[in-house]
Design a binder for this molecule. Structure first.
Ligand code: BGC
Length: 475
């Protein structure tokens, strides 16, 4: 009989507001809380959806074979270029694999403006080609004899047909360029590189989760999965070829293949997830209504906006920020309450909640805030943040159970701002996983070993270019 897991995530102070404020908070607490029974049901449904996606095309969770066959040994060596598009920034990285699980990177970062994100794919590709060109010049690599091999981390849903070919099926995370869906992002970018005479050949196309898995595996060979919990959310894991029932592409060089689950789309049908009116409001106003519902409940791009939706609803009912002279102009604007504010607010355990006060003042110009209001804002962040972590736990436990993780344990590499910077996020994930995997609850952290895989997208793309090399040579 296993021992109970002692929950690690802390609880906040009681609200002690007016009866109306207390009643409102009780109501939303119910709406945002996922109890153990519900969490188990979500995890079970997640596993069913994984299996559906492995057996047939066009399922909600698409379960995309990555064409990355087999695993790495950590002994791989060489110089590779990587390009990372899909989070907040665009990055070009030069990775030197040194063997023994060690690597070095040099990189450059550029912001992708809202105009580029929603303009034409041709403009976006030209911009990327220029960034690569500048980086090569800075690194004295512009006059090479042979084209440089580049691994392209493109963190959007792409149905792959080879390790460096695929068709994009959708945009997510606020991107919406014309002329991309239904096309191969590798060809579009390669064209732009050719037009600008940049000496680079794209040899691998990789999702950031696949890259994260590979970079974690380079250092920890017991890795079974890679996740992104950041601006967007998704996971990839190592699957047995015999379980990929829909596979029609013939013999592979290994009995295993990495699958990109695209779990951000989990339960788009909304049969299982406890979607609140605050989530529905966010969804309706998003660039991709009805899609990526799971992602919208758990990712950095959206959590702050869900909190803001609750806050503005309370404002409309005169329950919050209604003191005379209060300035609510900023908080009334879409996406003005950033997820990073939640991190700051949740990290404040002081009795007077000084950081909560400062966060509201500095970023949102909310100056007349009483102590009850501070506690309310903190509690809303806690509810939305805890729900996100517990849902992430359902996905991780689903993958761990599906891949039959046993007491020997397995590593899972995670990258992304939410996992790296949000206080208690990891503790809350472990609390959820202990409820979902009761047989392992006594030692959950040593069995499903979560760890930060920093720069999975950059190093991972270089490693994929390296795997592409290996597969090419062994065919
Ligand atoms: C995309 C995934 C990606 C994830 C994390 C999602 O919006 O659909 O392909 O892995 O974001 O970046």
């Amino acid at each position: 009989m296993s021992k109970a897991h002692a929950p690690k995530a802390a609880k906040s102070q009681p609200i002690n507001g007016s009866p109306e404020q207390n009643a409102y908070m009780d109501d939303i607490t119910k709406q945002f809380t996922i109890d153990t029974e519900k969490l188990i049901a979500i995890k079970d449904h997640f596993i069913v959806e994984m299996e559906k996606g492995l057996s047939k095309e066009k399922q909600t969770m698409v379960m995309i074979p990555s064409y990355v066959e087999g695993r790495l040994t950590g002994q791989e060596q060489g110089h590779y270029l990587a390009l990372d598009l899909g989070g907040t920034n665009l990055r070009v990285v030069l990775v030197t694999l040194e063997g023994h699980g060690k690597f070095k990177t040099v990189s450059t970062k550029a912001r992708v403006s809202e105009e580029l994100k929603t303009g034409s794919m041709r403009d976006l590709c030209e911009y990327i080609a220029d960034c690569i060109d500048t980086f090569l010049t800075e690194q004295n690599l512009e006059n090479v004899d042979e084209d440089l091999a580049l691994g392209f981390t493109f963190s959007f849903p792409v149905l792959q047909s080879k390790i460096n070919r695929g068709i994009q099926t959708a945009w997510t995370k606020g991107f919406n360029c014309t002329g991309a869906v239904g096309k191969d992002p590798v060809l579009l970018l390669q064209d732009a590189l050719l037009r600008k005479h940049v000496p680079v050949k794209i040899t691998a196309l990789v999702n950031d989760t696949v890259g994260t898995l590979l970079s974690n595996a380079y250092q920890k060979p017991e890795t079974v999965a890679g996740l992104i919990l950041g601006t967007g959310s998704n996971g990839a894991y190592v699957e047995q070829m015999t379980n990929i029932k829909k596979w029609k592409d013939g013999a592979t060089t290994s009995h295993e293949m990495v699958i990109n689950t695209e779990f951000g789309a989990f339960d788009n049908e909304r049969v299982m997830l406890p979607v609140t009116r605050f989530d529905n409001k966010l969804d309706r106003k998003s660039i991709n209504p009805h899609f990526q519902i799971f992602e919208k409940l758990i990712s950095g791009m959206y959590l702050g906006e869900i909190v803001r939706n609750v806050i503005t609803d309370m404002m409309d009912r005169n329950l919050l920020f209604c003191q005379p002279g209060q300035n609510t102009d900023i908080i009334s604007g879409h996406y003005q309450f950033e997820t990073s504010f939640m991190s700051a607010i949740e990290s404040d355990d002081s009795p007077d909640l000084a950081t909560v006060r400062e966060t509201l003042d500095t970023n949102l110009n909310l100056i007349k805030v009483d102590d009850v209001e501070l506690r309310i804002v903190k509690r809303i962040c806690e509810l939305v943040g805890t729900r996100a972590a517990r849902l992430a736990a359902a996905a991780i436990a689903g993958i761990a159970i599906h891949t039959k993780v046993d007491r020997k344990g397995a590593d899972i590499g995670i990258d992304g701002s939410l996992y790296e910077f949000y206080p208690s996020f990891e503790d809350r994930i472990y609390d959820g996983m202990a409820e979902l995997m009761p047989d392992f609850a006594d030692d959950i952290q040593n069995i499903v070993r979560l760890g930060l895989a920093r720069d999975g997208s950059g190093v991972g793309a270089a490693l994929t270019a390296c795997v592409a090399d290996k597969m090419f040579k062994s065919k």
